[in-house]
Design a protein around this ligand. Structure first.
Ligand code: ADP
Ligand code: MG
Length: 397
C-alpha cells in the first residue's frame, strides 16, 4: 500500500511532530560514539524546517524501562544535532506536559525542538491511548521517520496516528518502502535472495515468504549445517539446530516443488574451534572432519554464488555467510558483498537487511556500493517475512 509522505503535505507555519530514531550509542561518560542515526534523519529534518515547519522531534534512547534515567537523557543528542545543523535546538525536559507544550507553542517557522526520551514513560511501549493522545497534542502533523521501531506498536509509532492527522512517512521510511516494498511486490528478475546468519529458526518466516517471490535462494551462515544434516551429511562440530532438521528437509522439498533454485555450499572453511587462532582447512561438504566446525563458505561456493549474483536483476541479502567478526572466517561474507557491489554497478538492485549483514557490508567498506541498506534490523526482517509493520500501517494511505 502506498503511504503518504512529506512530499504530499505542506508544513509551513505548522507544528510538525516527527518520530525519529536517535537511539545512538553512548560511552560510559555519556558521549555519543556514533552519530550516524542523527545524520540519517537530517534529510527529513531539513525538508520540514526549510519549508517553514515548526519541528518537534521525539525519540527513545536506550532502555530506561519507564523511569527517568538521567544518563539516558536526549540532551547530548540535541547538542549534536544543533552542531550538525549549525542552529539552535530547544531541549524539553519531558515529552508531554504543560511545560513542553508551552515551549512547542513558542516555536517559530523553521525552529527545532527535541522532546525528552519517550521511554521515560512506561505508557510509550504499552501503546497507552491517553499517552498517545497527549503526545499527539504537541503537533498538528505527524511524521514517522523511525523505521527501526516501525515493527513495534508503541504510542509514538502507532497509537499517535489515531489522534493527529495527517500522519505521513519521512524520507527514511519512504526510502525503505520504496526499495523493500518494490523488491517484494514487483521485483525485476532474476530475483535472488541470499540468506545466512546464525540460526535457521530466526529465518524460517523469511524463507517461507521469499519462496513465493524469488527465483533463486543462496544459503550461507550456520543454518547450512541444519540443511546438510537433513541431507544426511556429517557436519562435525558445526552448529546444528536438531529440532529444525525436519523443517530444513521440508524447506528443501518446498523449493523443489516451487521450482526455486536453492543452492547450498559446495565447500566450507572449517576450524578446530570457534576462535581466531584455530586450525582451519577448506573442505568439501561431504568431508567435514568430526573434530571440526564449519565457520564460513569456501572459495568454490563463493564463485558459484557470485555468478548467480552477477546474473540477478534484484538481490535481497539477509544474514552473513560466515563468522565475519573473525578475520579467518570473514572471506565468504566479504566476497559476496563484493559480488553484490559489482552487480549493483552494472544495474542490479541490491538490498541489504539485518543488523549484522549491514555491519558486514560496512566492514567490507562497500556501503556506497549497495542500492539500499535497511536501517532497521528487526523491522526489515519482519518486512521480509511479509508482516505488516504497525508503525507503517497506521500512516495515511
Ligand atoms: P542479521 O543480523 O544480518 O539478520 P544474524 O543475526 O541472523 O544476521 O546472524 C549473524 C551472526 O551469524 C553473526 O554474528 C555470525 O558470526 C553468525 N554466523 C554466521 N555463520 C556462522 C557459522 N557458520 N557458525 C556460527 N555462527 C555463524
Ligand atoms: Mg543479528
Amino acid at each position: 500500500m502506498e503511504k503518504k509522505s512529506l512530499s504530499d503535505i505542506s508544513c509551513k507555519g505548522r507544528r510538525v511532530l516527527m518520530r525519529v530514531d536517535f537511539n545512538v550509542p553512548l560511552d560510559d561518560n555519556g558521549n555519543i560514539t556514533n552519530d550516524k542515526r542523527i545524520v540519517e534523519a537530517l534529510p527529513s529534518i531539513r525538508t520540514i524546517t526549510e519549508s517553514g515547519g515548526r519541528l518537534i522531534l521525539m525519540s527513545h534512547l536506550g532502555r530506561p524501562k519507564g523511569k527517568v534515567v538521567p544518563e539516558l537523557s536526549l540532551a547530548p543528542v540535541a547538542k549534536r544535532l544543533a552542531e550538525l545543523l549549525d542552529t539552535q535546538v530547544v531541549m524539553a525536559d519531558d515529552c508531554i506536559g504543560t511545560e513542553a507544550m508551552q515551549q512547542a507553542l513558542t516555536l517559530q517557522d523553521g525552529d527545532i525542538m527535541l522532546l525528552e526520551n519517550l521511554r521515560f514513560h512506561p505508557e510509550e511501549e504499552k501503546n497507552d491511548p491517553e499517552f498517545a493522545r497527549e503526545l499527539a497534542s504537541m503537533g498538528e502533523i505527524y511524521v514517522n521517520d523511525a523505521f527501526g521501531t516501525a515493527h513495534r506498536a508503541h504510542a509514538s509509532t502507532e497509537g499517535i496516528c489515531h489522534f493527529v492527522q495527517p500522519s505521513v512517512a519521512g524520507r527514511l521510511i519512504e526510502k525503505e518502502l520504496k526499495y523493500l516494498g518494490q523488491a517484494l511486490d514487483a521485483p525485476e528478475r532474476p530475483f535472488v535472495a541470499i540468506l545466512g546468519g546464525a540460526k535457521i529458526s530466526g529465518k524460517i518466516d523469511v524463507l517461507e515468504n521469499l519462496f513465493n517471490k524469488v527465483d533463486t535462494v543462496l544459503i550461507g551462515g550456520a543454518m547450512i549445517f541444519t540443511f546438510f544434516r537433513a541431507q544426511g551429511y556429517a557436519v562435525g562440530k558445526s552448529l546444528v539446530e536438531d529440532d529444525k532438521v525436519e523443517l530444513a528437509a521440508h524447506l528443501l522439498q518446498t523449493a523443489r516443488e516451487k521450482n526455486i533454485t536453492m543452492l547450498l555450499p559446495e565447500d566450507v572453511v572449517a576450524a578446530s574451534e570457534f576462535s581466531a587462532d584455530a586450525r582451519t582447512s577448506t573442505v568439501g561438504v561431504d568431508s567435514i572432519p568430526d573434530d571440526m566446525m564449519g565457520l564460513d563458505i569456501g572459495p568454490q561456493t563463493v564463485d558459484r554464488y557470485s555468478q548467480e549474483i552477477l546474473n540477478a536483476k534484484t538481490v535481497v541479502w539477509n544474514g552473513p555467510m560466515g563468522v565475519f567478526e573473525i578475520e579467518a572466517f570473514a572471506h565468504g561474507t566479504i566476497a559476496v558483498a563484493q559480488a553484490l557491489a559489482d552487480a549493483t554497478a552494472k544495474g542490479t538492485i541490491s538490498i541489504v537487511g539485518g543488523g549484522d549483514s549491514a555491519a558486514a557490508v560496512m566492514k567490507a567498506g562497500l556501503e556506497s556500493g549497495m542500492t539500499h541498506i535497511s536501517t532497521g534490523g528487526g523491522a526489515s526482517l519482519e518486512f521480509l517475512e511479509g508482516k505488516v509493520l504497525p508503525g507503517i500501517a497506521a500512516l495515511n494511505d
